[in-house]
Design a protein. Structure first.
Lengths: 353, 254
């Protein structure tokens, strides 16, 4: 009895994986039967990217307890790094290898930027921290907007001014062209890739939460002074949480970039950060499964609301308000608890037999 | 040499001398009381000892090593754990996890081990669970292990805070008003627990408390603070009859 209750976290994670796998299977079947509309099938990779974004942002906001308004910045770092690696490598190696390297590079780049930004930002708390992350998000966007990279026989050239100042020779080509962004990525991101990356992200985040590191991070959220008093190194664990969150946003970005042939920095502005924040607030702060469901539902919703044409965003807003009100209602919370208890009990019995 | 040696500790906030020339020497395994009227600076002393505040003067030596100027987390690792006057639990975590957080520096594995679920993760988690549950058992909390800390009744929250502090493996435990808000039954039970903890873990305990029967019945030595200064120090009988202490509590001229 006791061991069962201790394994609660583990079982809750299993249900989340189960939901993702089931959703993937259902969509594969629907699309196999040719019943998926074009606009919706075009949304599949972005949905996966947004789910990863939501899960990773929940690590910062729900688990670490710091409001970040610049998460799209990390996504854009991952997207540009991933796209850049892909464009450079696409001719010299097989597609799967360059894609893997692009995803890894995007993740690593975002992790490094997350760490660098985290060091000053995490000294602040609450509203101040939120505003500074917002500023950093905008700084990243504007830097990428005026970032030029070219390649010629003598190697890579960088500039923050304009394309001619790259001083490329006649063999040169521009890879990242400022506000016009980066072009020529192979559109190699598939729904299956997105599905696998969601599972990897869930595994990382859920395993992290249910570990020594995750508990240290959550203790800072719940009571910083008490966390210090029991020997938790606040700075270290805040940075770990923040950088893992940034790294996974970079992964989402790198995948997202491979769904388009052109990518501009403007796409990852303040609105994107807020959109992802809306996902995790609707899904419940600290609730990983909720983030997955809310990100998927709220990305699909505008597509499904096409029938309302001009009133689409109005209906979207109303749905959002209704969802938040329902999420807050005690009756619904009790109902949800009852059903999760039933569901998890069923799984545990099946496994324990 | 004493376990904790505090000499001439002082801190000023602006022009206010919150604590001045505070000296105390706590032996290994001793039950020490710190009392004084409201606003005397008792909790400030705790905050100085645990690194929450940096003293403007004085020395704190724990087990032969100076710990002045260290951060709270480092001081905890050196061997001082504490509870708080206004309970500070990790309220959105389970009772068990509250204690497991405190085992942070006792049972270790890397973040990567946790994420990749390497064999060491399962082994160390098992050790943690056993240690945490045996601590909860002392405080009769093992039945609530899976509950959220915030859902515990007040008395049990106080006990959980002590269990959590003990999990860090301290040499010295600071209890800030452990009996506050408890009924007489709970207070009597708490006295037993504090004695038990001292005997079982062989640690020194320094406690702040307003409940005089609790302090007098439990502590072997007592130091009295008033307006940030030590006005009396000694065994309970000496302190109880000290005219300066009586004056500080009841008013009047000493």
């Amino acid at each position: 009895m006791k061991i069962k209750s201790l394994n609660h976290n583990f079982r809750r994670s299993l249900v989340t994986y189960g939901i993702v796998i089931a959703a993937f299977a259902v969509i594969q079947i629907i699309s196999g039967m040719g019943m998926l509309t074009n606009s919706l099938s075009g949304q599949l990779v972005p949905i996966c990217a947004y789910i990863i974004m939501a899960v990773s942002l929940n690590l910062t906001v729900g688990i670490l307890g710091e409001l970040s308004l610049g998460h799209a910045g990390f996504m854009s770092v991952g997207a540009f790094m991933g796209a850049f690696v892909s464009v450079c490598l696409t001719d010299v190696m097989p597609g799967w290898l360059s894609l893997t390297l692009a995803l890894l590079a995007g993740t690593a780049a975002a992790a490094v930027i997350g760490l660098l930004i985290g060091i000053p930002v995490l000294r602040l708390q609450g509203d101040y921290l939120a505003i500074v992350t917002l500023a950093f998000g905008e700084i990243i966007k504007n830097l990428l907007n005026s970032f030029y990279v070219g390649r010629d026989a003598s190697g890579f050239h960088f500039s923050l001014k304009d394309a001619p100042s790259l001083n490329l020779d006649e063999t040169g080509e521009i890879i990242i062209n400022g506000a016009q962004g980066i072009t020529g990525m192979p559109r190699s991101a598939t729904f299956t890739l997105g599905f696998v990356l969601i599972l990897i992200t869930l595994a990382i985040v859920q395993n992290l939460i249910d570990s020594r590191t995750g508990r240290a991070i959550m203790s800072i959220r719940d009571n910083r002074i008490a966390a210090e008093s029991v020997g938790v190194n606040i700075t270290k664990y805040k940075l770990i949480g923040f950088s893992v969150s940034a790294a996974l946003a970079g992964l989402a970005g790198a995948m997202y970039a491979h769904n388009f042939s052109t990518l501009v920095a403007r796409k990852f502005d303040y609105n994107t950060s807020i959109l992802v924040l809306v996902f995790i607030v609707v899904g419940g702060l600290g609730n990983i499964r909720g983030s997955v469901i809310a990100a998927a539902a709220l990305t699909v919703l505008p597509e499904l609301l096409r029938g309302f044409s001009d009133y689409r965003m109005l209906v979207y807003a109303v749905v959002l308000i209704v969802m938040m009100l329902f999420n807050q209602s005690p009756q619904l919370a009790a109902w949800r608890r009852k059903w999760t208890a039933k569901l998890t009990r069923g799984q545990a019995d099946g496994k324990g037999a | 040499m004493a376990l904790l040696e505090v000499r001439n500790l002082g801190i000023t906030f602006g022009g206010l001398h919150a604590v001045e020339k505070f000296s105390v020497s706590v032996e290994k395994g001793q039950l020490y009381g710190l009392i004084g009227p409201n606003g005397a600076g008792k909790t400030t002393v705790f905050n100085l000892l645990t690194g929450v505040y940096q003293p403007t003067e004085g020395e704190i030596v724990l087990d032969g090593k100076s710990i002045v100027g260290q951060k709270p987390a480092v001081i905890n690792k050196a061997g001082i754990a504490r509870t708080f006057q206004n309970i500070r639990l990790f309220k959105d975590m389970t009772v068990l996890d509250n204690v497991k957080v405190a085992l942070h520096n006792q049972v270790k594995y890397s973040a990567l081990t946790g994420v990749l679920r390497l064999p060491a993760y399962f082994k160390q988690e098992r050790v943690m669970n056993e240690k945490a549950l045996s601590l909860l058992k002392i405080f009769d909390l093992e039945g609530e292990a899976a509950q959220m800390a915030s859902s515990l009744p007040y008395g049990k929250q106080r006990k959980l805070e002590i269990a959590r502090a003990l999990a860090t493996g301290p040499k010295l435990l600071l209890l800030d008003e452990p009996a506050a808000g408890m009924n007489p039954n709970e207070t009597a039970e708490l006295m037993e627990i504090v004695r038990l903890v001292r005997d079982r873990f062989g640690i020194a305990i320094l406690l702040i408390e307003h409940d005089m029967s609790f302090v007098m019945g439990l502590c072997e030595r007592i130091v009295v603070l008033d307006y940030g200064r030590v006005i009396a120090e000694g065994d309970p009988e000496t302190v109880r009859t000290d005219p300066k202490v009586i004056a500080a509590y009841l008013g009047g001229e000493a």
